[in-house]
Design a protein around this ligand. Structure first.
Ligand SMILES: C[S@@+](CC[C@H](N)C(=O)[O-])C[C@H]1O[C@@H](n2cnc3c(N)ncnc32)[C@H](O)[C@@H]1O
Length: 526
């Protein structure tokens, strides 16, 4: 593990909205990450007891399993009153209940776990887990385990289990979103910036020869080492430090991923979410800094929040973040007004359960901060960069708040391939080209019941981004005929004859529509 300088952006870190950190219970010591032998024995024991995603579902049943994912433990407690090895493990690692050592000994190497810090003695005759260990099914059915701090495995109605500054959270919705959109092409080197529990590094270990995981929080790096070891994945190169500081001069990657501490907050309180820079500066810095850290053709993928500032186009703001030499695809998935945003993150920290006056002061401070920055709303979404030698980069910034079908990694990769294709084909070349309608596209006709003609025709994807786009009769006819056998120009000539339009004019006006249908993945070059 390379220990770097503590991040500059952490200055003023201990300010905690009037609550000094010394009032918060200290986090327990994490298990020793230098004991791969114990992690391997523990992994064998967990697998032997079917402490896996499938095993849990079978033991708990779907409602209790789903409740656990909402941080509700009562149904799972009721389902684990017995003494089977799986019940003991669920009580120990998921429900964080003390268990008599004799019962644990039937399942785990208790002495080795006590000695290396996975378990501690509590009271005279019980042992308890020091970390949360949660089964997590990999994309190819791998049995993985995510380690995190106690009570912090998942977000839920109750907020996080600890407000200690360096607390390390487990897998949340944002983690799985990023894992789902990440391009999974085999690559020599991947970087996970702000690794936390190590979930992104774990995914990257399947398709990257070398994985580097960084975090400003040393505790997160220890926990990442445990997640990888317990999941049977190769160790990563772990480096402590802020943003790109832990990287050497000229060090570059083929894939960079980050689910950063993107929350825009008036003051830095929680390392896992508050970037510690003003406004959305942390997200901007990561996006801008990634350009020079990417190899040619490499992808950088981030989740981010961005400000909607009075008098400024939010799309222009994001376009200005894209580093030189990179194509970009930025998708805004959600926008919240400043009050919804402040409430979301106050609840995340459990502030709503504390002193009402303090809650009000914190809420007020959040709105003061937004007012001072003229921020009206906050956008959330995905940013993907791809380094390219193209003279004119392509930057798409769009809003797509509708449901999508994860995983989207392949969709993201294909999006950038299509950009290359479109860049290489002017309108004349497009008319010479052959296209095929992408799979699982349907046509919907929208209009008044009983009307002879539809008001408009919509093409809809049932896969990936699940886009829908309005087309005119020519567009619909064109898409319907595209099976790769005729060139686009020949199809347009035939349509012109059918609808009695001048073929030259049709050839002139249609390439823009074809371009859009290709860009959005409705048509594929044959
Ligand atoms: C939202 S968590 C993401 C954890 C994990 N990668 C995931 O996807 O669930 C953000 C992580 O970034 C780390 N972090 C916070 N500030 C950072 C900084 N300036 N540089 C690098 N990492 C930072 C936090 O400690 C935390 O582990």
């Amino acid at each position: 593990m390379v220990l770097g300088a503590a991040g500059r952006v952490r200055s003023g870190w201990r300010h905690n909205g009037g609550v000094s950190d010394s009032t918060l219970p200290a986090l327990p010591a994490v298990p020793a990450s230098g004991r791969p032998d114990v992690a391997a024995r523990l992994r064998d024991a967990l697998l032997g007891a079917s402490f896996t995603a499938d095993g849990l579902l079978e033991l708990l049943g779907a409602p209790a399993y789903a409740a656990l994912a909402r941080s509700e433990t009562v149904p799972a407690l009721r389902a684990t009153r017995g003494d089977t090895p799986l019940e003991v493990l669920v009580r120990l690692f998921l429900l964080q209940q003390p268990v008599p050592p004799a019962r644990v000994a039937a399942v785990l190497p208790v002495d080795a776990c006590l000695e290396s810090g996975w378990l501690v003695r509590v009271g005279a005759d019980e042992v308890a887990a020091t970390v949360d260990v949660r089964p997590y099914g990999g994309p190819d059915g791998e049995d993985w385990f995510i380690v995190s701090d106690l009570g912090c495995a998942v977000g839920g109605a109750g907020g996080i289990g600890s407000r200690a500054e360096g607390v390390v959270l487990g897998v949340g919705g944002a983690s799985t979103t990023l894992a789902g959109i990440t391009v999974r092409t085999p690559v020599p080197a991947a970087l996970d910036l702000g690794t936390g529990s190590g979930i992104q590094a774990l995914h990257a270990s399947r398709h990257a020869t070398r994985v580097t995981a960084t975090d400003v929080n040393a505790r997160a790096l220890h926990i990442t080492a445990l997640t990888l070891a317990l999941s049977g994945a190769p160790a990563a190169d772990l480096r402590e430090g802020s943003l790109f500081e832990p990287l050497r001069d000229g060090e570059t990657y083929d894939l960079i991923v980050s689910n950063p501490p993107f929350v825009i907050s008036p003051r830095a309180r929680l390392t896992y979410r508050d970037g510690g820079m003003g406004g959305d500066d942390l997200c901007r810095s990561i996006v801008q800094g990634a350009g020079e850290r990417l190899n040619e053709g490499g992808f950088a993928q981030f989740l981010a929040n961005w400000q909607h500032v009075e008098g400024e186009d939010w799309q222009d703001r994001l376009r200005s973040w894209v580093p030189r030499g990179c194509d970009a695809w930025i998708v805004q998935r959600e926008v919240q007004d400043v009050t919804q945003y402040a409430e979301l993150w106050l609840r995340d920290a459990g502030d709503h359960r504390g002193d009402p006056a303090e809650y009000q002061a914190l809420y007020d401070a959040w709105l003061d901060e937004f007012e001072a920055r003229k921020v009206k709303a906050v956008g959330f979404g995905w940013i993907t960069l791809r380094r390219t030698g193209a003279a004119v980069p392509s930057v798409t910034v769009e809003e797509w708040p509708h449901p999508v079908e994860q995983p989207l990694g392949e969709t993201v990769r294909a999006h950038f391939d299509r950009l290359d294709y479109l860049r290489a084909h002017d309108d004349a070349a497009l008319l010479e080209a052959h296209f095929r309608l992408a799979s699982e596209i349907v046509q919907e006709q929208v209009g008044l019941p009983g009307a002879e003609d539809p008001e408009h025709v919509v093409l809809r994807q049932n896969r990936g981004m699940r886009r829908a786009t309005k087309v005119d009769t020519v567009g619909a006819g064109f898409a319907g005929v595209c099976d790769g056998s005729l060139s686009a120009g020949r199809i347009l000539d035939a349509i012109a004859q059918l609808v009695g339009e001048d073929p030259v004019l049709l050839r002139d006006r249609t390439p823009a529509q074809i371009r859009l249908l290709v860009e959005q993945g409705f048509l594929e070059p044959a």
